[in-house]
Each structure stands twice: as structure tokens, then as C-alpha cells.
Design a binder for this molecule. Sequence first.
Ligand code: C2O
Ligand code: CU
Ligand code: CU
Length: 527
Amino acid sequence: MRERGMSRRRVLGIGGALGLVAATGLSASAALARRPPVTGAELRSALPLPPPFRVPLPIPSVLKPVGTSGGADRYEITQREASAEILPGVRTPLWTYEGTFPGPTIESRRGRPVTVTHRNELPLPTVVHLHGGRTPAASDGYPTDLVLPEGWPETAAHAGGHGMHDPRALVSRLTRDYTFPLDQRPTLLWYHDHRMDFTAPAIWRGLAGLHIVRDDAEDELGLPSGPRELPLMIADRAFAADGGLDYPALDPALRERPGVREPYLAGVLGDVILVNGAPWPVHEVDAARYRLRVLNASNARHYELEAVTDDGRRLDLVQVGADQGLLAAPVTHRLLPIAPAERYDVIVDFSGVPVGGRVRLLNRIGSGRARDVMAFRVGRKVTDDSRVPRVLSSDLPDWRRSDAVRVRDFSFRTGRMHGGHGWLIGGLPFDPARTDVTARFGDVEVWRLIADVHHPIHLHLVGFRVLSRSGRPPLPHDAGLKDTISLRPGEAAEIITRFDGYRGRYLFHCHNAEHEDMGMMANLEIV
Ligand code: C2O
Ligand code: CU
Ligand code: CU
């Protein structure tokens, strides 16, 4: 490997992180062995909760373009307050895209550009990021590229952020056009708010929606489709006595002080599991194969999903895709770990389940009510002409270590910032004015990431492959092209990627949304 441009981080990063682990009396391997299943604390709802598997699974509506010109589709989304009946008989005020949570789904084709005009009618600035999108920097939703509500004083554009001013911010008033070329592998993306310091409460209040990219090659595989392809956005929430969503923000107005109260500093977990915005829903299925497009849109909760029949059998979860699209070949799991922001594309075959039977999707690491996720009830026998081909794709990049011109090390660990608790990358909290990484366009790099507790690390713009975990080969669910890797306590992982697509200012950060708001984000400049 050429060791050109080795950064100082290489020396400091790992040492710093190991120092911290040592200071807390844990060796990295002990932390790994003791590995707590979750990072965060559960907020308890103050309302009676409904029994599981009664509410039907909603499918978010697909947004219609308002216009098509020159091979591009144009959409409009209004961000506004709305309320929804999430718990039966209870009204819950939300922040929404187009009045619903999840927001409407955008369906698009590879290489066919999409422009979305977002209009901010919410009481605070917002900014939209298309997670997993290969997007030019100007439309990538940098956390200070705010869309100000009408009447919001320009001078207060950077409210929050400890008065940090970002001279490079592209601030607009009321509306903004985001352009997505979507010149990328087909996959399930999601769009969500990304405002500096206050992303976690904004997503929690409802600012999240799905965006699917398809292409002809994928259509021709014969995977289950139509009503047998189900997007599943899993998110936990907690409810206050008045029916509103509860969230332990230090500043409930979400303007000045970012972060959350003790004991939620490591992450806010809710005790209600929503799928597509419904609590522990149930969906009637045919005795056939289904394609489940699973997204963990929770702020901090990790899941280990299993599909269990009423007689205790675990169905195979046949993974066909990862964050950034199809695998080379299917990988069969019984248990599928999913960290915040990760997506898995999974085939489940209900044909062996008797009509009237039920399959529960459970979270093995959830406790109490958080153990249940949703259920499927098998309605009828059918003929099924879907297939799961043994070869799914042949365009996965297979970068080799020897392709890398640089190795960088980053530690992800707890620390102090601005006189309070923080989450740091390489010992530093996020600062929009500091360039943390300058990568040369076209370069392949290996990044070594080391964690103290669970940190799902996400890179904007590029997909990457997992090379190793703690010196061992990647895990089965690390297959394919990823944009988010779930680091477990004490773990060091290596990823490899190529910085291409576009030049400009991007980000990488922890997708535990509380960690992200409390500093765990850094700038990635591609030049
Ligand atoms: Cu889901 Cu910065 O992203
Ligand atoms: Cu992203
Ligand atoms: Cu984290």
C-alpha cells in the first residue's frame, strides 16, 4: 500500500480512542465481549398503549410529479404541521412532509433526474438530505443550508450551533429546489431533515420519507413486486400524556441549546415501535414470497429482526440488497441486525405458513413492548411466479486494499463540548468551518473506524464496502455496498471507498441522531 498523505489522525485517532476505553477500565476486547445490546435510554409513554398486531400496516402514498420536462421529473413537497391518529383514538401533532408521517414516497428511475421543491411552512428552519443519494453538494442538504420559514430573521439563520456562523451556507427563504441526478445503483433511499444541532428532534417529530430508485436490470430479476413489495420504515417513538410525541430536548423550542437531558445522552429510545407510522401493525399477505424493503429510521434504536411463526419456526430472511443496492448473490439470515439509517432488502417466503397463520417480525434485542415490531397474517394460497436469482448483480465495485492511496483513522467516542456532554470524532465536535478530511476526487481510501459504544457511521455521497471488523472478516450482513456501518462497542472496522461522483463539501457522521446533534459529525471535502 502506498502511504502517501498519511494524516496525523492515523497516529492520534486509534490511540485516543483506546486511551478512552482504557480510562473507563475496559479493554477494547472486553468492551466487545460485554457488548451491551443497545446504546441509549428508553423514554416511557405516558398513555395506555394499544395491543400489538391490530392496526393495519399503512403504505406511504407515492408522490405524483407536478411536471416532467427534458427527461426530468419535478415534485413539490410542503413541510407543515399536521396531526395524525397514530395510537387509536389519540391525536398526535407532527412535523410532516405533505401532511403525513412517513412523508410521501418518491419512485424514480436510475439516471433520470428529479427536482423536489420543498416549501418550509414549519415554525423553524429546515434542510432536506436524501440519504444514500449521489447528489451534488448544493442539493445534499448540508446542515447550515437552511430553508427559513417566512418571516424568520435572516440574522438568526444560524440559531443554535452556539452562534457558529458558516460563511459557505446556502440559505434560502421559504422554498428551495433540490436536484437529484440519481445516477446510481437502484436502492431504497430516504429523505430526512438535517438541520445543524436539531436533526434528531426534527426526524422524531416526523420529517422522514422514502425514495426508491429502480432500473430495468433490477425489474428483470423477477423479485416479488407490486403488492408483494413492501417498504417498511421502522421507527420507535414515545408519547406524552396529551398525545404528543415526547422528546427530552434540552431546549424544547429547538432553537438555542442542542442535545438531550440525562439519562438520554447516549440516545433516545421510544417504547412504541412504529412501522410506516403505525404502532405494531399487521399486514395480510398471500402465501408467497414478499420483498421487504426495510429501513431503520429510529434515532438510536438497534434491532435484531427475526420472522417467527406461531409454532415458533424462524423463517429465512434472504437478503438481496444492502444500503446501496443489490448484492452480488443472496445471503440468508435468521437474525438480521439493523442499525439506525441502515436498509436491508429482504425476501421472506410465506408459502410454508398455513392459511390463517401468523408470522411476527420480532426484535430479539428489544425488551418489553419493544420486542414486537409487526406481524403478517397469511390470507390465501396463491401461485407465485417470483424468483430469487442466484446472481443478483455484477456491477458491485470490488476495491482492493492495494488500490487505496491513503489510510485514515477515526475514533468515535464520548467527550465534552461547549461545557456539556458531547460525542466526538477524532476528539473534536462538529464545526462547519473546519475541514476534517480533504479527499482527492477519484482516490480510493481505506478508513479505519473505532468506537467506544454503538455508532452507526454514515458517509454522504459515496457507498463503501466493509473490509474487516476487529481484524476479522466482515459479518454476513456487511455484504454489498453500504452507506452506513454499524460499529459495535469497542469495535474497529475498516471500510474502503472511492471518492467520486461530485466535488464539494460533504459530511460523515454518526447516525445515532442524538450523537449527531451533540457533535459527532465531520466535514469531508472532495477536491
Ligand atoms: Cu441520513 Cu447525514 O444522513
Ligand atoms: Cu446521508
Ligand atoms: Cu454515535
